[in-house]
Write a protein of this length. Structure first.
Length: 85
């Protein structure tokens, strides 16, 4: 599988693949209702130590948040690179 480093990702990319380790994972939830999760956040690290902050929103969040584990390495595709809020 051909993949790029995180440092090679550019705004607007949608069809690239990269390999990274999940360094941190947490849920961002409603301050008044902890059962309502807005999105799952990740910090990912590639083999060169480059990092990226990722936000996964519903409906993908529902499936992926239980599959991804801190410390494990994954191949990522089917995403879009956008500027942070």
């Amino acid at each position: 599988m051909v993949y790029v480093l995180i440092s090679d990702l550019m705004y607007g990319d949608t069809n690239k693949q990269f390999k990274a380790r999940v360094s941190r994972q947490w849920d961002y939830h409603d301050l008044n209702d902890e059962t309502k999760i807005f999105h799952t956040d990740l910090v990912l690290l590639d083999e060169k130590g480059n990092s990226i902050h990722v936000q996964i929103y519903p409906p993908a969040m529902i499936k992926l948040r239980t599959l991804l584990q801190e410390g494990k390495v994954y191949y990522f595709d089917s995403f879009s690179v956008r500027y942070a809020n």
